[in-house]
Design a protein around this ligand. Structure first.
Ligand code: ARG
Length: 552
């Protein structure tokens, strides 16, 4: 039940809306209404207003009692009814209907073809992939877009390198492409002929030479095949792989419009949109040699998404470094008079370092995401071997724990903060980590399994109204709001934080109380609570791209 709404209705005053009701501070009931803001209009003191509201609630079966403290009216819910409602999952059912028909485009991961899938892409992939699940959970129509970096002069260089040194008898790998590219960069420095070859090869691709295109497509397919394995492991999905190349033939109308509207001007042979009035450097639309730019493609992409998906929101999950690019992009679209420009959001995130070392894509410093996942899974396997040598299906569990640890690393901290990847830390079973949550979940499941022969019957929810149980139920009741909040803030860490709190609260309850007692009724009630906690952790972890194994 939406208690804020319910309480505001019960109060029966046109002045009070659901938004006025807040979650009470610890020890002051469940919800509270600050009455100060009505004082002027009603010409009464906040205390007097609170007293009047309190009187109007005298015989509600939802509110057990109220309390006036300062200018606040505190509400204590009727606990049994509340517990029953939460355990029946009332909120979950109401949730999806609210957002039906809304569409969000999420541009995430957006890797570059023929470049390694390194740990730097982890954040965009994880945050975007998580938001994709969160929005779907909330009933939105989500469109996941991998805006591939699949266009640019580097493909001419790679093609030239492949033609000169590539082994055409065997299947090319992403590693091969990387070394070819590095070799080209090194050798073309003192080999002008090679450098020139890079340029002419790109022209061949641009002009659609069939041979050149075939090789270019092969580079693309090879990259996607390898990266696809990582995506599959992480449960990452896309609805579109339309990247930069897709917009080759869709930029001209935008450029024409910019010129027509007098927004773009020629400067040193290049076409630019001046943004001095907004405190930004000019946005480059066309280079003096006629080539289009990253921004030009993004303008066309935004237009295409607006036309194709008619989005209510379009998110770009991209590192903070690109902040200026997106501010320019959004501003240009606004100046072009696109009403949807205000619905574009740069969901930015901080930097990742690896075991204290900064990341760099330059030679020698590349930390491949697949390696990081493999190492984490291997270590997880070691920990499981130590903690629970008899566990069946250790490989599967290790995969869940390892992948979860990496995902929680990316999603557990406020996205704007810089983070450092550290194996010990992400795999700690006691810290604020995925393994801690997975372990709590598995412990719940094992208690439930032990109670398999408990006689069936109705659950007496009044047995969960003591402060400790009730505290856990209250946490459970917040799940839907927490997910909605995570979506509003584009911040999966809100869910991560919540799950840690829930698990800690439940674990305190678990240590203080036996779940299975001699009292069948009590056991049944506590089991119901345990099951609800396990289900909620599992559901929350799913939104954080993490599986919750039954046993650990
Ligand atoms: N491929 C780009 C990069 O790796 C990210 C693209 C982000 N999306 C966009 N529409 N610009 O830096």
């Amino acid at each position: 039940m939406d208690y804020k709404k319910k309480i505001s209705e019960l109060l029966g005053s046109p002045l009070v809306t659901a938004d006025d009701i807040m979650i009470a501070a610890e020890g002051h009931g469940d919800y509270a209404l600050p009455c100060f803001k009505y004082a002027k209009q009603l010409r009464k003191s906040p205390q007097a207003i609170a007293a009047e509201f309190a009187a109007s609630l005298a015989d509600s079966d939802v509110i057990e009692r109220t309390e006036i403290a300062g200018g606040y009216l505190n509400f204590y819910l009727s606990r049994t009814a509340f517990v029953r409602g939460v355990m029946a999952g009332e909120d979950t059912q109401a949730r999806a209907a609210k957002n039906a028909g809304k569409t969000v485009c999420i541009d995430y991961s957006s890797i570059n073809i023929a470049k390694p899938f390194h740990i730097g892409h982890l954040m965009s992939t994880a945050i975007g992939g998580s938001l994709y699940r969160i929005y779907k959970y909330l009933g939105w129509n989500a469109v996941g877009i991998n805006h591939l970096g699949d266009w640019g002069t580097q493909f001419g260089k790679l093609l030239a390198a492949y033609e000169r040194w590539g082994d055409k008898t065997k299947k090319l790998t992403l590693d091969d492409m990387l070394s070819l590219y590095v070799r080209f960069t090194d050798e073309s420095e003192h080999d002008p002929e090679l450098a020139e070859r890079g340029r002419t090869e790109f022209l061949r691709i641009e002009r659609g030479d069939p041979d050149a295109l075939r090789t270019y497509e092969m580079f693309k397919a090879t990259t996607l095949e390898e990266v696809g394995k990582v995506y599959a492991r992480l449960g990452i999905k896309f609805d579109s792989y339309n990247g930069e190349a897709f917009y080759n033939d869709k930029m001209q109308p935008i450029i024409d419009e910019l010129v027509q509207k007098g927004l773009a001007e020629v400067s040193d042979g290049a076409l630019v949109v001046r943004l001095d009035d907004y405190g930004m450097p000019p946005c480059l639309i066309r280079r003096s040699d006629g080539a289009s730019l990253y921004a030009t493609r993004d303008l066309a992409a935004a237009q295409y998404r607006a036309d194709t998906y008619k989005f209510d929101k379009c998110l770009y999950v991209v590192a903070t470094q690109q902040n200026l690019h997106f501010r320019q992009l959004f501003k240009v679209l606004e100046l072009m008079g696109r009403p949807w420009a205000k619905n574009l959001v740069h969901v930015q995130f901080g930097m990742v370092s690896y075991e204290g070392q900064p990341l760099s894509t330059r030679k020698g410093h590349v930390v491949f995401l697949a390696d990081v996942i493999n190492n984490t899974v291997k270590r997880a396997r070691g920990i499981i071997e130590e903690k629970n040598p008899d566990l069946e299906d250790k490989d599967h569990t290790a995969e869940c724990v390892g992948v979860g640890a990496v995902m929680f690393f990316a999603l557990g901290t406020q996205r704007i903060k810089d983070v450092d990847f550290d194996y010990e830390k992400v795999l700690s079973f006691e810290g604020e980590t995925a393994p801690y949550l997975q372990y709590t979940h598995a412990r719940c499941r094992s208690v439930i399994a032990k109670a398999a022969d408990l006689p069936a019957g109705d659950t007496d929810y009044s047995l969960l109204t003591d402060d400790e149980s009730y505290g856990v139920v209250t946490m459970l009741s917040r799940f839907e709001d927490v997910v909605a909040d995570a979506a509003d803030k584009y911040e999966p860490s809100v869910i991560a934080r919540y799950l840690i709190d829930l698990a800690q609260k439940y674990n305190r309850f678990y240590i203080a109380n036996r779940i299975l007692t001699d009292d069948v009724e009590l056991s049944r009630a506590r089991l119901a609570l345990t099951r609800a906690v396990a289900d909620t952790i599992k559901r929350g972890l799913y939104l954080l791209l993490t599986e919750a194994p039954e046993r650990m």
